[in-house]
Each structure stands twice: as C-alpha cells, then as structure tokens.
Write a protein that binds this ligand. Sequence first.
Ligand code: MSP
Length: 521
Amino acid sequence: MSKRFYITTAIDYVNGQPHLGHAYEKIIADVIARSRRALGEEVFFLTGLDEHGQKVQQAAQAEGKSAQAYCDELAASWHSFVTKLGLTNDDFVRTTSARHKEVVQAILAKLHREGHFYQASTEGFYSTKEETFVTEKERLPDGTFPAHYGEVVKLSETNWYFKLGTHQQWLIDHIEVNPSFIQPDYRRNEVLGFLKNHTLEDLCISRPAARLTWGIPIPFDPAYVTYVWFDALVNYVSVPAAMGDAGIRAALGLQPTAVNLQPPAWPADAHVIGKDIIKFHAVYWPIMLKAMGLPLPKQLLVHGWWQKDGAKMSKSTGNVVDPVAVIDDWGLDAFRFYVVRELDIGPDGNWTDAGFAARYQAELANGLGNLVNRSLSMLKRYRSGVVPERHDELAPDAAKAAADTMTHLRASELQKALHSIWTLVTRANQYVDQTAPFKLAKDPAQAARLDEVLYNLVESCRVLAVLLHPFIPGTAAKIYAQLNNTGTPDKLALAAWGGLPPGQTIGEPAALFPRRDAPKP
Ligand code: MSP
C-alpha cells in the first residue's frame, strides 16, 4: 500500500526558549521534508510542543497564570519561531489539544484492557526537573545525584506501571535485523549495548493528580495523570490519527473520522531527535507501539548537540546562540545553510561567530553568490540578458552533481548533498576563470565561444537553484526570479540540463549574499 513520507521532530518543551539546538533539529527535518517533496513524494511533516508536566505547572503558578493560559502565550511565540525558520510543516501539534488527549486516553484504555499495566507502590528518589524516579545506582561517589536531575527528593507513591520485561528480546532482535532503524551506527550500538547489559525496569506511566494536575487524566483511574513522556511520544500517532489515518484508528479501536488521510502516514519514516532523548525513542516508544499493535517507525535519526565557543549553551551564563538574532542579522538562508553545512547529523558541533562569518564569506558570498552574480551580469552586459543557444560543456558536471545530490538526499545525508552541490559551484567558478568571458567579449571573432560560455554559466545557476531549493529555498527562488523563470525550482527533475530556454531575457541580477566587509545595502 502506498504511504506518504512521514517525518517528525522532537516536540519542544513549551516553557523553554527556542535556541540553536531546537532550530537545528527543525531545519534538518525541514530540509528532508522538502527534499522528499522535490523527489516527487507526498510528505507529512510534523513538529510541535510538549506542554504538560510539573515544570509547566510550577512556572505558570509562579506567574500567577492558569497552566493553559501560560501555555497558550508561549505556544504563540514557538509558532512564530516555526515561521521564522521557514519550516514547511504540515501540522503543529500541541499536547494540550483535545485531538491529542483523545488518542492518549484511547491508548491507555486499550493497554490497560489488554493487561499491560499494573499498580504498585514504590519508595524512591524523584527528580522534578526530569520528572522521573532516580535509582540508587545513579548516585555519585559523594552521595549526590548528577546535576541534570536538579533537586532530588525522597518520595513514596503508588503508581501505574507498564510491563516492559517481555519486550526486551524482540526489541534487541529488531534493532539487530534493521541496521537503519537507529542512525548513525554508533547511536545504534549504544542502544544495543544498553539493552544487552541491563534488565529493563518497568516504566512508571502515571503521576498522582494530588501533586500534579497538569497532565492528561488516566482514563481508568481519575486519581492519576499520565507521565509526560508517555503523553509526548504519542504525538507522533495522535496527529495522523486525528487527520484520519485509517491504520492507526483501526489499531486503536477509534471510530472512523470524516477526514481520511490519504495516502496514510504511519509508520513514520524518520523521527529526527537529539542524542539526549534516544532511550525514550529507541526503547519506550517501540514497546508502546508494539503493545498498541502498530508497526514501528522506520528510522530514528539522531543528531548531536551544539555547543557555543566550546562550552555548553546555558542561559544563566549567557553562552547562547539566539537563532532569531542571527537570522535577523544575516538572513534565514545563511543560517539554514550554515547549520546543515557545518554539522553532519550525528556528532556534536560547535558554534563560533567567526566560523559562521567565515563560511558565509567563502561559500555563500564568494562561492555561490559571486557565481550567480557574475554569470547573470555578464549575460546582461554582453548579450543584453538574452539566453544564447544551448551548449553542453558543463552538462556532465551538472548531471553528476544532481545525481549525487539526489542519492544523498534519499539517504538523509544532508551535509554530503551540500558537498555535491558545491562541486558544481566550484567547477562553474573555475570555468569563469578558465574561459575568461570578459576577454572573449573584447574579441568579435570569439562571439560564438562567448555564447557557449554564457549559456553554460547561466544554466549551471539554474540547476543550482533546483538543487539548493530544499536547503535555502528563498535563495533558490531569487535565482529563478533573476533568470526570469516562472514557477518554483521545487522538483529535482528540473535539475536536468537544458531547462533554460534560449531567447529568454533574464531579469535583474542582484547580490544574493552581500559581502559583509562592504557596507550593507
Ligand atoms: N519535550 C522533549 C521531547 C519530546 S519528543 C516526544 C524534549 N524537549 S526539549 O525542548 O528539551 O528538546 C527538544 C529537542 O531539542 C531534542 O531533540 C533535543 O535533543 C534538542 N536539543 C536541545 N538542546 C540542543 C542542543 N544544544 N543542540 C542540539 N539539539 C538540542 O526533550
């Protein structure tokens, strides 16, 4: 059965501030979503907000607001962040929405009916910051708990638990048989190592309503609300279910809806997440899905963490990169380009302002921007902007760049795709230097050769617009507009050489990435 390409991001905690890490993850997912559309696939791209839990309840109380009012205010600014990043998400989930809650409760009721849960009391240590019980094993030699847990308090509680014991072996087998399920490989090995060396403890899926009201009520026991991670992970199926994904609705025993998502989305093709939340996605989420009777996602694409100037980003020390400020200063495409080009999906990265400026100057201003500007300006100057007859000298270079780019995009290898695209930028810039059109223009006997060179250059610019569209769509559209092409370069099939019609008069060339040592226009 055909299905659409379904890609998700982690849903951000509503009470935080959008920073470079959030922006990076969302941009990676957007580039993949745009690439798939450009390859001709139907796509469903989901991002959104994780709004329940103790931290939100406490923050709202501290501001004297209701939790819902507090979330609504913050959600508005997160939503404008999505726009700022130029994301093409098809939906935006909020875990406080009725459509999400309905699915969480249906899942809880089904799993309860089918005997996956039991009630037990525990006495233990609890981290409010992480909203989780902490075990003795995690104590540091000095008797304290690791700092990321924040304050840890002794707690004695009765809760609902999800039995995980019977799930451990099939999960190990699944990860071993499906090497692409967790990528990159070293993350997969980490998860396998964990699963093979630990016995999974049952997962506490409830919190007493007596101390936490800001959560989804457990449908079979009103004294409890749902553990925030159980609630949050469900977003990946609750939204397609609300849109009428028949497979999900049938598995969960939900009535059919008036809408019917066609083609359906589930199973997800890629969950894009950071390395810190891999256990939730690689262990708990597959087990939850198996218990629900739903197929597992095809891939967890796990990215690393950004630091700034070699140190952890932290609001308290002021060591942060504010993506909005960078975008306002340098432009959205410069930011989108930089984060994808600088940091491959997997390892940790380091932001420096100097590194950003250097790539901007070398790759965008002097590389791509200069190529497009001088190619179009020469066509304007020497041929009044009229595209000459087709000529194929750079066609093999363009074809190779396009084929390699598509191969990498199909494998979500975004940094490699940019490398392939830049082979054409570099080749075309070299071609200008080698053929020296400014010299050819001075010699009337070289008029035919000048036509050939100019065609190769402007057609290379057009191909580049197509290849770059998933990454820097605004710039791709500007190149198309400057060529006076109609339509948008949003299908990779348009990268085939020879798309620029001879006789077309191009528009006005304008700098795509102004050099920053020159005064700003
Ligand atoms: N709400 C949970 C996710 C639930 S998904 C069902 C959460 N939220 S978060 O706001 O803390 O993080 C959201 C995403 O941002 C995570 O994937 C996390 O790894 C990522 N990042 C947070 N800081 C980051 C960096 N410094 N660098 C890169 N990504 C980072 O976890």
